[in-house]
Ligand binder design. Structure first.
Ligand code: DP6
Length: 390
């Protein structure tokens, strides 16, 4: 039996991927840029085992069986990596050996945070390690076919996914712009919003947008190329002000396109809009852009903020969004935040408006991080090809 176990990070888009030009190959209508998040707080972990004795390919996600052979996206990832292994002269074991795969997310899937990106990136990366394929950009074209945004999780730091122009998508690759060490002060507060509604999945939402929105092509052709250029230069020069402005405008435009979709897709809720107002008020009160929000296809807010400004921003959030669980250690998860005195926060002109209680479920404090990595065999999620008991 051969096996590999790896961890892959979540990424959060700054310039958003929204809309495909090819549904099957997952080719986007525009480039996107994301930041990879530290795997300590949020990541997927996957073990893949290959054995001559396995009768069929099997997969478990968070301990539950998932149909594998019926899932076109999973199969395309597996076949893609196997094709590469063949081209690389795979020697380790016959490609006909069946696989057992177990994958876990280290953060609550219920939070509606980008779990599929980390999941597919981890699957492709772990398969590549198993078949002894070195990391290369072709792997990003394979992860892309699992879930578009997954291609960006194969690198750390800031990453650009190029839309590409070829029909077969071979140039629709992800590329690292700068590693995490380029801007290690880049942190994030994720405000997980209390929300019971079921969201329209991204895949459906963007498909409907391409078919019905009259604004989306203008965005892809005219707006995004310019924003990509400006954001890349802001990242290079660590210009947080420009970075923040583009990020917030991008998030707003994604949700404007979602509303221009017919029937409209509503991802942000009243709490999300309260957070948007809060961030603008906060930036005004501190006299510069210190926090930048972005929202994906759901109500949770991701706030980009430099490390030195985290304590003050968090204190202002706690004042504006009071919560019964505020004192609980579970309320602010992730990297510990040193406390600031409340008065200091007020004299800094912190936001006056206090929203109603318990609008937030919890907060995660994380930061920029590296790409996937392999773990030692002892960290396996499978014993003799079967998942560890929960
Ligand atoms: C709003 O990558 O989940 O997070 O390719 O259909 O699987 P599929 O979609 P997915 O879409 C992500 C959309 C987004 C923006 C982004 O991550 O760029």
């Amino acid at each position: 039996m051969f096996s590999a176990t790896c961890v892959a990070p979540v990424n959060m888009a700054l310039v958003k991927y929204w809309g495909k030009r090819n549904e099957e190959l997952i080719l986007p209508i525009n480039d996107s840029i994301s930041m990879t998040l530290d795997a300590n707080e949020m990541s997927a972990k996957t073990t893949v085992c290959a054995s001559e004795s396995f009768k069929e390919n099997r997969m478990w996600l968070n301990g539950d069986v998932v149909p594998f052979e019926e899932n076109a996206r999973l199969m395309r990832c597996l076949e893609g990596v196997q094709r590469l292994a063949l081209a690389n002269g795979a020697q380790r074991f016959p490609l006909s050996w069946k696989l057992h795969i177990a994958s876990y997310n280290n953060f609550p899937t219920a939070a509606g945070l980008a779990s599929s990106a980390a999941g597919y990136a981890c699957l492709v990366y772990t398969l590549a390690r198993l078949y002894e394929i070195p990391m290369n950009e072709e792997l990003t074209t394979i992860a892309r076919q699992g879930s578009g945004s997954a291609c960006r999780s194969l690198y750390g730091g800031f990453v650009q996914w190029h839309r590409g122009t070829t029909e077969d998508g071979r140039d629709s690759i992800a590329e690292q712009l700068v590693p995490a060490e380029h801007w290690p002060e880049m942190h994030m507060l994720i405000l997980v919003v209390n929300d019971a509604r079921k969201k329209t999945a991204s895949t459906k939402g963007m498909q409907l947008a391409v078919n019905t929105s009259t604004l989306i092509q203008h965005r892809a052709k005219e707006i995004v190329p310019q924003r990509i250029k400006e954001l890349k230069s802001a990242i290079q020069s660590r210009d947080f002000k420009t970075f923040a402005e583009i990020t917030m405008k991008e998030s707003n435009q994604l949700h404007a396109i979602a509303l221009d979709t017919y029937p409209p897709c509503v991802y942000m809720n009243d709490v999300s809009h309260a957070i948007v107002n809060f961030v603008h008020d906060y930036n005004e009160s501190v006299g510069s852009l210190q926090a930048a929000y972005t929202f994906d296809a759901g109500p949770n807010a991701c706030l980009y903020v430099l490390a030195e400004n985290v304590p003050k921003l968090l204190a202002a959030i706690q004042l504006a969004f009071p919560n019964d669980s505020q004192q609980s250690v579970e309320y602010v998860k992730g990297i510990p935040v040193p406390p600031v005195e409340t008065e200091k926060c007020n004299t800094n002109g912190s936001v006056g408006h206090v929203y109603s209680k318990n609008m937030l479920k919890y907060i995660i404090h994380t930061k920029i991080g590296n790409g996937p990595h392999q773990l030692s065999d002892e960290k396996s999620l499978l014993i003799d090809g079967l998942p560890l008991p929960k």
